[in-house]
Every structure is written in C-alpha cells, then in structure tokens.
Design a protein around this ligand. Structure first.
Ligand code: FAD
Length: 394
C-alpha cells in the first residue's frame, strides 16, 4: 500500500514509562532528533512507572549495582536541574531482618564496603531506640544507610518528559507502535497510520517487551506479574513522619518494604515484594489481592503495629521480571541499532541512569556485563519449566 514519506528522526524511543522517558531526555539533551511514542496516555497506570514513590538506595546485592546506584543519584540530579524540580528526597534506609536468615543483608554489607559506602550496623536494641515503632526482639538486626530515600515516581517520569521536550524531543501519547521494519541500518515503524524512520530504536516497553521484540522474531524470558501496594492510615502517624522514619526493607522470605508518611495524604505505603501472580499485560485486571493485604497485616501486627490502621488505597502495578532479576540493557543481537531495556521490579531508582546508558552506550563506572541479552541465565530460562525466581525488593 502507498503511504506518505516517513518522518525522519535520529532516535525513536518506544514506550514512555520511566526508562523510555529517560532515554528520550538524555538523547534529546545530546542534541539528536528524538521521537518518543507511548501507546496510552502519558502517566497512565497500566504499566510499571505510576504511583507517587519508589525507593532509591545504595545498599545492593553486588558492587556493580552499588556503583550504578551512585551514578543514578548523579543522573537524577541532572534531571532535577533541567526540570527545575526536586525529585529525590533522602530519608535514610533501614535493611532489617532476622539474624542469620538473610543472605541478602550480608551481600548488601559487603557490596557497600567494597564501594566505600558508609553505613551502620544496628542491633535490635539500637533499632528500638531510634525507631520505637519497630517491635523487634533481639534476634533482629539492621543496616542503616543515610543516602537512601524516595524518588517521586510519577513526578520524576513527568519531569523527564518535560525536560526531553525542552531539549527538542517530540513525544506522542496514545500512539501504539504496530509495525517495525529494520533494513540496511535503518528502522521504519508505523504507529496510528503514520510512518517514521530513524537510525536507532530504543525499546523501553516494560511488560509489553516481547510483543515488540516479536517484530524481530525474538523474545526474552520475562515474567509479568501484577504487584500491589497498600496505603495504610497509621494509628501513630508521628512515629512515621518524613524526616524521622526511614524507608525500610525487611530482608527475608517473604520480603516486605515500606515508606515514611507521605505529607500529602497522611498515609504510609507498605507491601510485600514479589507477591504478585503472573498476568498478561494486555488482559490483566486491576482487582486488589486480599491475600497480599492479609500477609502485610500479619507482618505489621508482629513487627510494626503502629503502622496498622485502615487501608486508604490499594494500587496495582506490573513487574516485568527476568529470571535472575538483573536488568536487560543491551543491543538486540543482530541489530546493532536497536537497544532494549527491561527493568525487572527494581529499576525506577536507576531510570535516569539507564536512559543515559541507552542514549550514550557507556557511563564511567557502570559495568553492563550482567545485563547482556546473551547471558547464560536468560537462555537457560528460555527453556525452563521450573521457574524459581528469587525475590528482590524496591
Ligand atoms: C509495585 C511496584 C513497586 C516498585 N518499587 C520500586 C522501588 O521501590 N524502587 C525501584 O527502583 N523500582 C521499583 N519498581 C520497579 C520500577 O517501577 C520499574 O522497574 C520501572 O518503572 C520500569 O519502567 P519501564 O519504563 O520499563 O516500564 P513502564 O513504565 O511499564 O513503561 C513501558 C511503556 O511502554 C509502553 N509501550 C509498550 N508497548 C508499546 C507500543 N507497542 N507502542 C507504544 N508504547 C508501548 C507502555 O504503555 C508503557 O507505558 C517497582 C515496581 C512496581 C510495580
């Protein structure tokens, strides 16, 4: 069928959640012609990047992640400057769990030590002293890191897009990409009857990644799950005040995490990590899962009773999970001009940095080897029937 000449860009970004918006921002900041396309309205709640808050922290499982987290703070600072808006608030972060039951906490400690990140190891008495709302026995311990905090998720994604537009990017919402052709180093795509051509395509499609990769005859072993977060009105709001109470992650199986009081709503967000069931992003529902609420209530009754109160709000959100819970940040094999990023359930804190990596290809101090598409874990899980994915946390 005849069609009008395609519109020309240097880079097309497919998907404008946190990662795609960041890729559009950094690409436009470099001065290239950027087109960003989003299938739904900007800021929609069907993917992974909506809601008010995400945890940002330096305590991580490997030194490579700690190094990246350091760079992530710098990448957010750049967005804050360009968007003229504060997006990251430091609250301090508490990793907490039963002694001897969490390998993850010792990984965090050794990774931070390897990267020269200051932190404090706390016994139960010190935890109770600093935050009396934690009802912990002496078999509990913790690690406190002062730089951890909150990225204002929806505002940050919006700021990335605003800054991208400020640098000249063209962004279209309600524009699903329905066809992609890669020929002679050029990418041609179709969206809502319009054809676009570019030298480079960045795929940041979250839970829809495999629908997009199908245009290249490829897929990745990504499991999409419907997660949920719960906003409680605490019995004792003062104990959870921003500036007094840190973000926290209970390391263990199951793992839980939570935030201090949100100034706007007087509620606190808490949930169980990786508790969701597999869904298809195209057909998933938005119903709340009463079992997750019951497990979170049980945890709070035991350890943080002052947080318990009426449930104000429940929100659902998708994880696009890899088998090893490491991201994908790579070019598509056989297509050097197609980059792909998949953020698993913990990429928001890194979103600005990942956008820069997708746009520049390299940032000093960031080792992208763990995020290669060709890593053994991804090919092994392609064929596995027994998918035993580990839990991570925000
Ligand atoms: C409950 C929950 C809690 C989390 N907590 C944390 C946390 O505390 N800290 C942290 O760092 N991370 C956290 N994360 C993870 C983080 O939010 C995600 O890793 C991140 O938001 C992923 O962003 P994304 O851009 O890849 O995906 P998305 O935001 O889903 O964006 C992908 C976009 O691509 C669009 N798209 C797909 N196909 C097409 C197409 N054909 N045409 C056009 N557009 C298309 C989609 O509509 C979508 O908007 C959490 C996630 C959830 C769900």
């Amino acid at each position: 069928m005849e069609h009008s000449l395609p519109r020309e860009y240097d880079v097309i970004v497919l998907g404008l959640g946190a990662l795609g918006s960041a890729a559009a921002y950094w690409s436009a900041k470099r001065g290239v012609r950027v087109l960003g396309l989003e299938q739904f309205e900007l800021g929609h709640a069907r993917g992974s990047s909506h809601d008010r808050s995400r945890i940002i922290r330096l305590s991580y499982f490997t030194p490579a992640y700690v190094q990246m987290a350091k760079e992530a703070y710098r990448a957010w600072a750049s967005v804050e400057e360009d968007a003229d808006e504060r997006l990251v608030v430091k609250t301090g972060g508490l990793d907490i769990g039963l002694r001897g039951s969490s390998a993850r906490m010792s990984e965090h400690v050794s990774s931070m030590r390897a990267c020269g990140v200051p932190f404090e190891e706390l016994d139960a008495a010190e935890i109770r002293k600093r935050w009396p709302c934690w009802h912990v026995r002496d078999d509990v311990h913790g690690v406190f890191q002062a730089d951890a905090g909150i990225v204002a998720a929806e505002r940050a994604t919006d700021a990335l897009r605003r800054a991208a537009i400020g640098f000249g990017a063209t962004l279209h919402d309600r524009t699903p990409v329905t066809s992609i052709r890669a020929e002679a180093g050029e990418i041609e795509i179709e969206a809502v009857g319009t054809h676009y051509r570019a030298g480079k395509l960045i795929v940041a499609a979250g839970a829809w990644t495999n629908d997009v990769l199908a245009h290249f005859g490829r897929s990745l072993p990504i499991e999409v799950t419907k997660e949920q977060v719960i906003y409680f009105t605490p019995q004792d709001p003062a104990a959870f005040a921003l500036g007094e109470f840190p973000i926290w992650i209970w390391s263990g199986e199951p793992s839980f995490y939570g935030f201090p009081l949100s100034g706007e709503t007087r509620t606190i967000k808490i949930t169980q990590d990786s508790a969701g069931k597999p869904v298809d992003a195209r057909t998933r529902d938005f119903e709340e899962d009463a079992e997750i609420i019951a497990r979170v209530r049980g945890f709070l009754e035991r350890y943080l009773p002052g947080a318990l109160g009426p449930v104000d709000l429940v929100k659902t959100c998708l994880y696009a999970r890899t088998p090893d819970r490491d991201f994908v940040i790579d070019t598509l094999p056989g297509h050097a001009n197609v980059s792909v990023a998949v953020g698993d359930g913990h990429a928001f804190k890194f979103a600005s940095l990942i956008g820069r990596l997708l746009s520049d290809g390299a940032v000093e101090g960031c080792d992208l080897t763990p995020f290669k598409i060709a890593r053994p874990m991804l090919s092994r899980f392609h064929d596995s029937e027994h998918d035993q994915r580990p839990a991570t946390d925000g």
